[in-house]
Design a protein around this ligand. Structure first.
Ligand code: NAD
Length: 515
């Protein structure tokens, strides 16, 4: 049954009772094949989505099964011919209108993100703006993808021609309901592919609303499709025979599974995984700047960022820096309104339990708890929400689990090391490789660290070193399975193949080796 109720749903969700969502296929909202709105609770048809601030139900996410995924991939494959035949410039024109619509609906989309994800309004607005930067990059594709052409012998030219791949599947995590889908989607379709996106089942509302904006911008039916669901739907989609390439962003364990399965059946796969980001404070670091950066980095989005600070290594004892970090962290308050100094809840009750368990385990191992987020009371009236205060743990043992594993919450580990060599040895030993950062006022020290860190995105006096367009986003080690970055130039290569065309029109006067 085809309907078109996305906007009505988002209005309902903002104002009154929760309503179940639908998929978006062929330019319209469609119910899943086994849709039954009388079975939204505790069924295999829907997943309950709650507002992390208060635990209230905000919607029900449908679970797409084989028939739903088949339908979406078929529709995307049918749309590919016409879409890929258009010029890059033509596609960019639609992307410009899409960008304008995101700007127009920025506030409304940010409210949806706050509601389903829990981050603060300021963070949600920042997420929209960052997502819009990748749309802007895609708008420039006609200029960015001109390719080479050269006369390689008399009367003979060689030319690169970049061609889209076909249907691309994109599976995304919960922590950026808008920005992470925008890492792939604008470039995928801007380059002439069609896409089937699976949002996280924890935050399906935002992209459900954005779907209506795809249509309004003028993307033809079938170019952009959304199937909802969780792990099973992701696996059906990523292994579907009609899908040519897969991008995945999420935990490393799943990233590795998706990568191995997809490549074993001939797909092009790029799977980004988890992170354990190390910040190193050299003794000469600027205490004010370092302290503020570290606090912003480990508490921003309540620590649920793959670029968040997780471990601070101090070279030698740095009590003044640590005291400053604790003081600034203590001043944070729970809240979601716009403005600085606030922290929203984490995504679910399981996350609160996991994050606090790492702190408790460290305590058992003899670590000193400098700030105890476990004890921070939830805001009055929001006791059913998933609130988790900032914790700062000074470790005594390198073997503590919290120092080794991804925590993904507002918890900072601090470990003192004796030298810069020991700092690098510790950072290099962690299996991930998304971000690492050095705080120093000495360019030579900064240079040494950037050469020796084992991570893909490095900061010098920057706590969240996300490369901005045109630079590409991507880690190394277990933070990325596959050879490409997910944005920028790397992504342009990933989402296309390059044909090499050699042409001769006239018979050359002199014969040569290519005649
Ligand atoms: P997740 O791995 O639980 O889920 C990610 C996506 O995969 C979701 O759409 C989910 O439905 C699906 N999924 C879950 N289990 C699956 C399975 N067994 N098989 C197939 N699909 C499955 O991750 P999350 O909790 O949503 O997101 C947090 C994680 O994402 C963190 O580890 C974080 O570091 C990582 N992340 C990484 C980056 C990066 O750039 N490297 C960016 C954002 C988030």
């Amino acid at each position: 049954m085809e309907t078109d109720k996305s906007h009505r749903f988002s209005q309902l969700i903002l104002c009154t009772a929760p309503a179940p969502l639908e998929n978006f296929v062929g330019g319209v909202h469609v119910a899943t094949a086994d849709w039954d709105s009388s079975q939204v609770e505790n069924s295999d048809k829907f997943i309950t989505v709650t507002n992390p601030a208060n635990g209230d139900v905000v919607t029900y996410c449908p679970i797409s099964k084989q028939a739903d995924v088949d339908h979406a991939v078929k529709v995307a494959a049918e749309a590919f011919g016409g879409w890929s035949a258009r010029t890059m410039k033509d596609r960019a024109q639609i992307m410009i209108r899409f960008h304008q619509l995101i700007v127009k609906h920025r506030d409304e989309l940010a409210d949806l993100i706050v509601r389903e994800h829990g981050k603060t309004k300021t963070e949600a607005l920042g997420e929209i703006d960052k997502g819009n930067e990748t749309i802007e990059y895609a708008i420039s594709l006609p200029q960015l993808t001109q390719g080479k052409i050269a006369e390689v012998a008399r009367g003979i030219t060689c030319q690169d021609s970049r061609r889209p791949l076909g249907v691309v599947a994109s599976i995304v995590p919960f922590n950026f309901p808008f920005m992470v889908p925008m890492w792939t989607l604008p470039l995928v379709v801007g380059l002439g592919n069609t896409i089937v996106l699976k949002p996280s089942e924890k935050v399906p509302l935002t992209m459900n609303r954005v779907a209506a904006l795809f249509r309004e911008a003028g993307f033809p039916p079938g170019v952009i499709n959304i199937v909802n669901g969780a792990a099973d739907t992701a696996n059906l989609l990523s292994s579907h025979p009609g899908v040519r390439a897969v991008t995945f962003v999420g935990t490393s364990h799943v990233a590795e599974l998706i990568y191995k399965k997809g490549t074993s059946i001939g797909k092009r796969v790029l799977a980004l995984g988890g992170a354990k980001n190390h910040l190193v404070a050299n003794p000469d670091c600027n205490i004010e700047m370092t302290a503020q950066d570290v606090v912003n980095s480990f508490t921003g989005c309540s620590g649920q960022r793959c670029m968040a600070a997780s471990v601070l290594l101090t070279i030698g004892p740095q009590p003044k820096l640590i005291a400053e970090i604790v003081k600034r962290s203590k001043s944070l308050v729970f809240g979601q309104d716009a403005g600085a100094g606030k922290m929203g809840p984490v995504i679910d009750a399981a996350s609160v339990k996991r994050i606090n368990a790492y702190v408790t385990e460290s305590e058992w191992q003899g670590a000193e708890i400098l700030l105890d987020g476990r004890k921070m009371p939830a805001p009055v009236g929001l006791e059913n929400g998933y609130w988790c205060g900032p914790s700062i743990v000074l470790h005594k043992k390198k073997s503590d689990k919290m120092l080794r594993e991804e925590v993904f919450g507002p918890a900072l580990s601090i470990l003192e090391v004796a030298s810069k060599e020991e700092a690098i040895e510790f950072e290099n030993a962690n299996p991930y490789g998304n971000a690492a950062c050095i705080y120093t006022q000495d360019p030579w020290t900064a240079d040494w660290f950037t050469k020796n860190f084992s991570a893909g995105m490095l900061g010098v006096n920057i706590g969240v070193p996300v490369p901005r367009e045109p630079f590409s986003f991507g880690g190394i080690n277990r933070s990325r399975f596959g050879d490409s970055d997910i944005t920028g130039e790397g992504a342009i290569n990933f989402f296309t193949w390059t044909k090499k065309i050699t042409t001769k029109w006239a018979v050359p006067v002199d014969s040569n080796w290519m005649s």
